[in-house]
Each structure stands twice: as C-alpha cells, then as structure tokens.
Design a protein around this ligand. Sequence first.
Ligand SMILES: *[C@@H]1O[C@H](CO)[C@@H](O)[C@H](O)[C@H]1NC(C)=O
Ligand SMILES: *[C@@H]1O[C@H](CO)[C@@H](O)[C@H](O)[C@H]1NC(C)=O
Ligand SMILES: *[C@@H]1O[C@H](CO)[C@@H](O)[C@H](O)[C@H]1NC(C)=O
Ligand SMILES: *[C@@H]1O[C@H](CO)[C@@H](O)[C@H](O)[C@H]1NC(C)=O
Ligand SMILES: *[C@@H]1O[C@H](CO)[C@@H](O)[C@H](O)[C@H]1NC(C)=O
Ligand SMILES: *[C@@H]1O[C@H](CO)[C@@H](O)[C@H](O)[C@H]1NC(C)=O
Length: 895
Amino acid sequence: MSACRKIEPILVVILYVWSLLIIPAYSLYGEESLELSLNGKWTLQNTNKSVLLPAEVPGCVHSALLKQGLIQDFYFRFNDVAYRWISLDNWTYTTSFCPSDELRRKQRVKLVFVGVDTVASVSLNGVVMGKTDNMFRRYEFSIGKWLIEGENKLEVNLLSPVVYTSQRSHAHSYRVPPECPPAVQKGECHVNFIRKAQSSFSWDWGPSFPTMGLWKDVRLEAFDVLQLTHLSTVPVYDSSLSQWGVQVEVYLDAVKQTAVRVRLLLAELSTEESFNMLVDPGKHKKTLSLHVNVSSQVNLWWPSGHGDQPSYRLMVTGVMLEEEVILSRETQVYFRTLELVQEPITGSPGLSFYFRVNKKPIFLKGSNWIPAHALQDMIHPADVRNLLQSAVDANMNTLRVWGGGVYEQDLFYSLCDEMGVMIWQDFMFACALYPTDPDFIETVREEVTQQVRRLKSHPSIIVWSGNNENEAALATDWFGIPVAQRPQYYKDYVSLYVDNIRAIVQQEDGSRPVLVSSPTNGAETEQEGWVAQNPYDVHYGDTHYYSYFQDCWDWTALPRTRFASEYGFQSWPSFSTLQKVSIPEDWSYSSNFSSHRQHHLGGNQQMLQQAALHYHLPESSDLLQRYKHTLYITQVMQAQCVKTQTEFYRRSQSEILDGKGHTMGALYWQLNDIWQGPSWSSIEFGGKWKMLHYFAQDFFSPVLPVCFENQDVLLVYAVSDLSQDLSFRAVISVYDWSRMDPVCTVASRPALVPGSSAEVIYKQPITALLAGCGGGSCTRLTCFLMYHLEDVSGRQRGPVSHLFLSSPKEAQGMLKPNITFSIQQDEVVGYTIHLRSSAVAAFVWLDVQDIPGRFSTNGFLMVTMNTTVTFYPWSPTSTQKLAEALTITTLRDVY
Ligand SMILES: *[C@@H]1O[C@H](CO)[C@@H](O)[C@H](O)[C@H]1NC(C)=O
Ligand SMILES: *[C@@H]1O[C@H](CO)[C@@H](O)[C@H](O)[C@H]1NC(C)=O
Ligand SMILES: *[C@@H]1O[C@H](CO)[C@@H](O)[C@H](O)[C@H]1NC(C)=O
Ligand SMILES: *[C@@H]1O[C@H](CO)[C@@H](O)[C@H](O)[C@H]1NC(C)=O
Ligand SMILES: *[C@@H]1O[C@H](CO)[C@@H](O)[C@H](O)[C@H]1NC(C)=O
Ligand SMILES: *[C@@H]1O[C@H](CO)[C@@H](O)[C@H](O)[C@H]1NC(C)=O
C-alpha cells in the first residue's frame, strides 16, 4: 500500500472532489489470505450526468440522494410517485483503489460483491469483468491479471430495473402475467422478469421503490494457495446408535493441488476429529462427518416457549501440510431434530400437516415477515432485533419469511436461532407466473444454491418453500389463461419450482422438508402433479384465508385447516406514526393521502364496513378527533377479528369435526410494516405495537382459555402448549356494562388437560348461564363475559379474556368512562401507570405518541375501578414526558 499511502493527503482532497476512497481494512483468513474492503465512499452518477454525488456502499441510489439532500424523505406524502424518475434512469457507481504489491503478487485476486441490486455491468480499468442480474446472488470476479500498479478504477453500471423488466417481457415469446400491478398500488410492471425483491415494484401494503445499488459488502479477497470460502454445519441424529453427529461442509477454493489436514473441535462436547484431504485446483465442497462423543450430554435447541436455545462452539482449523499455512474458522452448532409429519389421520380424509421438533409436535404460533424497509440499507441491526423481540414478547415461536421480499440478512437468522423463533423460509417468488428462459433458470439455480448454503446451518429454519401463492394462482386461474395455453404454464411451473429449485434444495440440504408453494396440499399436491385441483383444501397442507365482508366474529365461516399460514385484516397505524409523513390537510379518512397510502382496492371502505358490524363508527364533530378515532376503530376491529380467528385455530388442534381439524399452525398476515400506511400488520413502521400485537401476546399465550358460542351454547376450551398435563378450571364472570362488580361468577370443575392439546372444559347454554346469574337480570345486550383459567391451587394461568354476547354497538348501559392516571417510575423495568376509571370501559387504549416502547398490556377491557399497566421504554424517557404524551381512548369515546 506504500505507493498509495504517499498520495494519501492528495487522495483525501480527490475524495472531496471526485469522491474516491481507499479503505485498507484487512482481515486475516489465514496467514496467506488478504481481504480488502471496498465499502465506504463511492461516487454515483446518472446517465446524462446531471446528477453527481458521493454514495455509501453498502447502499442504494435512493439513500445516496437522500443523504445528499437531493431528495426529501421518500415516505413523505406522495413522494413515492414523485421520485419515480430515480429508477427509470441508469446509474453508475465508481471508486478507485490502489492495491499493494503484496496484493498484486497473490496467485488469485477476487473482486467480491456480496449483493448487487440488480442488473449491472462491472468493469475494472475500462475492461468488463462481468455482469450481474440477480439481487440474491453473491458475485465474484477473478481480477488478478487486470490489476495495475497505482490507481485502479472500478465501475458498476446499473441498468434501470424498470427498463430491464420491460425489455425482458417484450422479448419474451408469450405473456407471463401479471403484466402490471393493480393501479391502486401505483407500481411498476413485469417485476417477475427480474430477480429482485418482488415487493420493490409495489405491493398491496407497500410503495414502489425499485432500488438500485450495491446493497451488500464489496471487497477484494486474495490468496496464493487455498481459501476457505464458506463453512456450513448440520446436526444429524443417528437414532439406531442414539448418537449425535455434525455434518460439516467445508467449501474450498484452491489455486493448485494441496494436501490439507482439517481439525474439527467441539471442546464443550469433548469431541475432536481430524481429516486429511487432497484438494485439487478449483472450487470444492468437502463433507466431513463429526461424531459427537457419546459420553457427552448434548443439550437440544428448542423453539421459544418449549425450552432453551443452547449452542456449541465448533472450531475448524486447516493446516496445509507443505505450506504450513493455517486456515481457521469458528461457528455455532445447535442440535435439534425436525420432521414435517404428513400422515393419515383417523376420522379424517387427507393427511396431517405439522412439525415435530425433537420428536415433540409443536403448534406453530406467529406471523409473516415482510421487508422491514423499502431500502434494505436503511435497516439498522437494532430494528431487526426489536421486531424479533416483539415477536417473542407476543409469545410467537414462528415467522414465515414471505417470498415477495428478500432472503434476510445473516443477523436476522442468528437472532432467530438465539431467540428460538422458527422460520418458514420461502424462496423469493410471489403472486405471479415466472419465465423459464435458460438464463433465468441459470441465475435462479445459482441463487438457490448460494442461499441454501448460506442459511442451512441455522436451526431456526424449519422448512424451505418454493413460492408464495403461485400454485394457487395457476390452479384457480388468477390471470385468465386460456385453457389451450395452460399446459405451457404448468410445465414452466414444474420446471422452475420442482425440477430446479426443489431438486437443488434436496441435494444441498437433506435435513429439512421442502414444500413447493404456500398454500399447498404438500404430499397431495405432489400426487396431483404439483398443481393441485384445490391448493386451499383444508384436509391437506397449509391454507391462506381472507374474507373481508363476512362478519369476522362468525367462526363457523372459518376454514378448519391443518395449518393456517396466512389470514388477517387491515388496520391503520397510529396518528403519531402517520404524522411523520403527512400534513394537516391529510388528516381525514377521505383525504387524498388516505387514498394514496391504501394499496389494497377498497381497503379503507372494507375496514369501516367490518368495524360497523359491531361498533359505532366515530362521529365527533371535531374532524381531527374523528380521524384519530377512526384510526383507533380500525385497530379495534383488526385486533378482535384476528383474535377470533386465531383462537379458532388454536382450539381446533386436538379435534376432528366433519373430517376436519388437527390445526397445528396459526401465522397471521403480517407482522411488520414497510412504510407508514394501512396494512395487515400488527407492528407499525418504526416498531410501535398496534392493538393487534397486544392481543397476540394474549391469544398466543402458552395457556389460553377460548370461550365462544355454538348455537347458543357457551363453550370454554383450555388450550395448552405445556409439556406436562395439568388440571384447569374455567372461571367465568358475567359483567353488566353499567357497573363494575361482576353480576355473578361461575367456575367449572377442574379437568385434566394433556400437554399440547385443546380440551372442552365448560359447556352451558347461554340462557341457563344468564338465568342463573344475579337473579336473571342480565340480557345479551346488558351483559358480557370475562373469563380465565385457574389451576387446582387457584392460580390464574394464561390471560383474562372477554366474550361479547351482542355487538358493543347494541350494548345497553355502556357509560362514558372518566379515566384518570398517575405515572411512577419503578425500580428497574419501566414506568407504572395507575389507571382509575369511573365505569366499565372497552378497548382501553393507551398511547404515548412517538415515545419508543411498549406497554405490558393495552386495548384491554377495564372492569375494575383501579388497574396498573407498565410501560417499558426502548430509550430513556421520564414520567413527565410520558404524562404529557399519554392519551387514553375507549370504545365509548368515539361516538
Ligand atoms: C437528465 O436526467 C434527469 C433524471 O433522469 C432528468 O430529470 C433531466 O431532465 C435530464 N437532463 C437532461 C439535460 O436530459
Ligand atoms: C439506460 O440504459 C438502457 C440500456 O442501455 C437504455 O435503453 C436506456 O435508454 C437508458 N436510460 C437512459 C435514461 O438513458
Ligand atoms: C469422550 O469424552 C471423554 C471425557 O468426557 C474423554 O475421556 C474421551 O477421550 C472422549 N472420547 C473421544 C473418542 O474423544
Ligand atoms: C386530490 O386528488 C385529486 C385527484 O388526483 C385532485 O384533483 C385534487 O386536487 C386533490 N386534492 C387535494 C386537496 O390535493
Ligand atoms: C374524572 O375523575 C377525576 C378524579 O376522579 C375528577 O377529578 C374529574 O372531575 C372527573 N372528570 C369528569 C369529567 O367527570
Ligand atoms: C382505587 O384507588 C384509589 C386511590 O388510588 C383508592 O382510594 C380506592 O379505594 C381504590 N378503589 C378500589 C376499589 O380499590
């Protein structure tokens, strides 16, 4: 580096003018390997050179323009449309660097792009090194012979993804629908022609920001003999020997034939083995089987709520016998077994569909994950951690990484490993048909190979799934394909997902199940030639179910599926979140802004229509107040709808009724948001919990009472995710809307509830319950129920829940409560909020605007005069700030 160091001061000046930078960030793979980061400051220019600016790598054009103040917050108001020009232009990233003599003397020098978004040509000193066309691939170019002494100029020419997809679709011999997204999404067309986050051209919950950039690290890697490029580990249990092993895959790149001795050490398990191998020139995968010492106790990894997530450190060292060069790596190994069980069920046509972890059937509770930001480079590690922690705090054990986004960053999966969050991993294809031209298949094959190798060591991933809803799109003909042309599309479907993706996954990772789509009938879909007649069949596999017009409280309309992998309702985020991207004229439900943010046709109307079935719609004459109340009522509607549906799925886990049931998963759509707009999420953009997320904390509780009516008979189920059997009694209190003490309280006899099951523990006609209560003063209109479970020692287990006997809009006697509060900082965890109410209050909603943090509970029914709630701040705050910000809204306040 000496030549360059001499010119360093000049470079700093040049950097200012030309934005050049050299970052000599070495890290040592082995003694002979060099790694030089090319991250940091690059320059960026558009085609006609009207814009020239410094740009960070990793990063993208949008974030570079934002950082230079050339555009404003792209989420503000209508900016998604205003900034459409950015991705219609072509952009060039440029940097230069001065390789040291040491680097230039290396036998092999690779230029590595961990992620290029997306279509680009890479050139070094004016010579094209190669092209890229897939955001999900890592690219490397051998550049040794093109390096020159002194300054080397590196250029990445990015082609507009919108222009690219347009060109590709026109060049294609037949249409591959959908051509364009619905107009309401204000998006770009033909996204299925590019291997890029499919939601980046707009979605029904997100804006169109077709990003372009170098979204992951760029670096030089150099070595003389051998490079250890990657390492993966998969635990293997040999049940006949009762012995654990680890299948270790070592990926090597050799310049010449080399003898290597690889030593694997799992010190905590007193396990060590060495392997001698001869590595030929080129790239190789070597698979080594490590047998764990039988005298060591292996502690297993468990999903959250079922046990701990212990890991073991594996040291891998390689010694090249002649060169005396050492390669060394360290990684974490987790032990668990995994099965997807699809077998006949007594009393039911079809097959079961559930996951067994360490031989234990597990009910999967959780949600669906979408990209946390339209610009991946703007996602901070703390955001990812916070979202995953919020999932775990809501008693979730599973997230589905949905196929219209990205394969998430390493940190995401490592955190899931540590937190016990199971991942249903889609491949990135969604809601579309896809081309199968040879170059498209080729780039997908490389993408799948790389991603499976990158991710297979994570115990959190429990299933690979080929795409989102594409089997259903074909089977139920979303795109109006003429019958005569269908064979072609079916053939393309099978070619892409079965013959290519599934085949690669099975070859690369025998340790996990592979599904071809979601929803799918699993084994039955395979029987039917990969596109089932009805992929939504509740007797097989998983289902997605949405119904916006039906009364969401009517559980009888719900599919008694084996596994609910998507279902949900929209709501609006809170006012404080919307305020960040809007101005006063936007603050009405009928504003242009409110229509603009709604990307689901008729969505705003659907929310009100569903809400109006059970609640009075806001009617304040203060228009701002009415707007805020409307946001609130959409959240009330959403929370109660998803509660009803999720409780239906959880209580259906042990039963077969009319040949349907044994539901073993409930993943609602969707966990998080990509921007500040209406969506199905339970967490707002920025991390604030909606009412639904507080409800999820309860309805995903390990022990849950579920109370509902079946033809005027009240039933209470006890749902238990516990490992042990336990006796529960149901305690039901009948409350009159107009007073705070229960009219009466009844309790069932204790009933033994086996671990991992749902059992009926109370059954009584409603009329009998009400007649026997407080002298029969209650009617469906004047009273409602609060209920919980107790164990035999009288201890409450699980949450207290509510059941309305009529719509709250018809309730008689509901008073306008006067709720007052005081706040105290408590010793360790947070702030205690003492609430005092003058009357029974429904859906009590505490809001501290944009003070980051969450409450212990929220959106609850207040049936006692006093209650306390804890606020857990995510950054320092004070009682005074909280007191100033806190607002309290209840159902009776909106009309
Ligand atoms: C150059 O490109 C920008 C962005 O695409 C465009 O707004 C501008 O009008 C162009 N300028 C000229 C001179 O063509
Ligand atoms: C971007 O590059 C493509 C392909 O070379 C070209 O067709 C298109 O006109 C370019 N766009 C602009 C704005 O120059
Ligand atoms: C297994 O572990 C024990 C001690 O825990 C050790 O004495 C023994 O050598 C180990 N066996 C092997 C094959 O490494
Ligand atoms: C709302 O949008 C319509 C149609 O785009 C436009 O005509 C109208 O001026 C907009 N209103 C406001 C207040 O911006
Ligand atoms: C609400 O209750 C507080 C304290 O109990 C009382 O001071 C206040 O006057 C009440 N407000 C209304 C509007 O009744
Ligand atoms: C509620 O709290 C207030 C003071 O905070 C107390 O005076 C009152 O007795 C409490 N009421 C009940 C029913 O506990």
